[in-house]
Design a protein around this ligand. Structure first.
Ligand code: ADP
Length: 383
């Protein structure tokens, strides 16, 4: 950034945005008042990361893989990324911007950290809902150093202004702003260091077209197989010094909904049970007893999943029924149903989406002994 620009930059608190008529793409630009001069510099140096990582607990950071070798599964995605990383290193340029999408807990944040380690880059982990005011995202962007990685979780929830500030930052590495008031209004372009944005979303379809188009690499994360989850479980057990045998790991893997975050959570719950009920060692029998008590069935379904299936079967004769109706009946937010519960039920083939709503599949009827959906009946959930 040029000295004159930085001197003129003033309080981010007073920054507001409007679309500059000189701007060809009609992108909004920050209007920063001339009133107080050096707060912008302060903002630039602020460590804004900590307030944006409320979810990164010490447990998570202890078990979060740091290298590709520890990152289980997602093999084709890993191969593609390794090539991109090697190419970027050879060209001595930052990686293209990357978008990861897929249900929660599949390892999007973890993969961003792995990429940072492999690139020898710093990473700033943030989440879109924390960018309330323009100054929030401007502060983060201006504090970046060349080669840094900026991770934005839930990027589909970015507000319009923050999103439009990102466009030139992603494309040409500058911020488009105006400074001054009324007649003295002046457009300025502030260069920022070349960085890589890694966005993560559970809802790729909710991303605006222009934002999606600015990502060079877009990847979906897949649910994990039982073998992969057993590996995740054994690795976590080793780090946390939990004793578990192969069959115990598989018993937990089977009921982890294809999701490493759930697998890790269950390992801890089963460990507690093993400590209380036995000598702390987890084998298949103990894992199964503990998971039965937690009411997680042999398909990995929990009470909410079962209530959802029960509802469609018994109240709506197998469906179709709209997502809002399901959410209201279950007392859940429809977004939670869509983002957290539904993807696994869809992937396992228990429900299907139709234009008129969600329906149970013949597979669900078979698994839960639903002979005829026209008759109300108690579902037979087998743990
Ligand atoms: P997301 O960002 O997709 O919601 P996270 O990256 O936060 O998911 O992953 C949740 C937890 O699962 C992390 O604590 C991490 O330890 C674990 N995890 C995720 N993916 C993997 C993986 N591929 N290998 C090992 N552990 C993983």
């Amino acid at each position: 950034m040029s000295g004159s620009n930085s001197e003129r930059m003033t309080s981010p608190k007073t920054a507001n945005f409007k679309t500059a008529s000189t701007n060809k793409k009609e992108e909004p630009v920050a209007i920063i008042s001339d009133d107080d001069n050096n707060k912008f510099e302060k903002l630039k140096n602020e460590d804004t990361t900590s307030e944006h990582i409320p979810f990164d607990t010490s447990f998570e950071s202890t078990i979060r893989p740091k290298h590709f070798d520890d990152y289980v599964g997602q093999s084709s995605l890993k191969s593609t990324l390794k090539i991109s990383i090697e190419a970027a290193k050879k060209r001595e340029l930052p990686l293209d911007h990357i978008l990861f999408y897929g249900p929660p807990g599949l390892g999007k944040t973890t993969l961003a950290s792995v990429i940072a380690t492999e690139m020898n880059a710093n990473i700033k982990i943030t989440s879109a809902p924390s960018f309330e005011r323009p100054r929030d995202i401007i502060g983060i962007l201006m504090a970046l150093k060349a080669g840094d990685i900026l991770f934005i979780d839930e990027i589909h929830r970015l507000n319009k202004i923050s999103e439009e500030i990102l466009y030139p930052a992603m494309e040409d590495f500058y911020l488009d702003m105006t400074t001054g008031k009324a007649q003295t209004l002046k457009s300025i372009r502030i260069p920022i260091p070349k960085f890589t944005l890694i966005g993560a979303t559970t809802k790729a379809g909710s991303l605006s077209g222009p934002l999606r188009d600015r990502f060079g690499i877009i990847h979906r994360l897949e649910f994990y197989t039982e073998d992969e989850l057993a590996k995740v479980i054994k690795r976590t057990a080793q780090i946390l010094e939990i004793e578990i045998d192969e069959n115990g790991a598989y018993a937990i893997a089977k009921r982890s909904r294809g999701t490493p975050r759930i697998a890790n959570r269950l390992v801890k719950r089963v460990r507690d049970y093993a400590i209380v009920k036995s000598n702390g060692f987890i084998n298949e029998k103990l894992a199964n007893q503990s998971l039965d008590i937690l009411q997680i069935d042999k398909y990995g379904l929990d009470n909410t999943d079962r209530s959802l299936i029960n509802l469609i079967a018994n109240k709506y004769n197998g469906g179709p029924v709209g997502i809002e109706t399901i959410a209201t009946a279950l007392g859940e937010d429809s977004k939670t149903i869509e983002d957290v519960y539904e993807p696994y039920l869809l992937q396992k083939g228990f429900i299907q989406r139709t234009p008129r709503g969600r329906k149970l599949t013949p597979f669900a009827c078979k698994c839960f002994n639903l002979g005829s959906l026209n008759i109300q009946q108690e579902l037979n959930f087998d743990f």
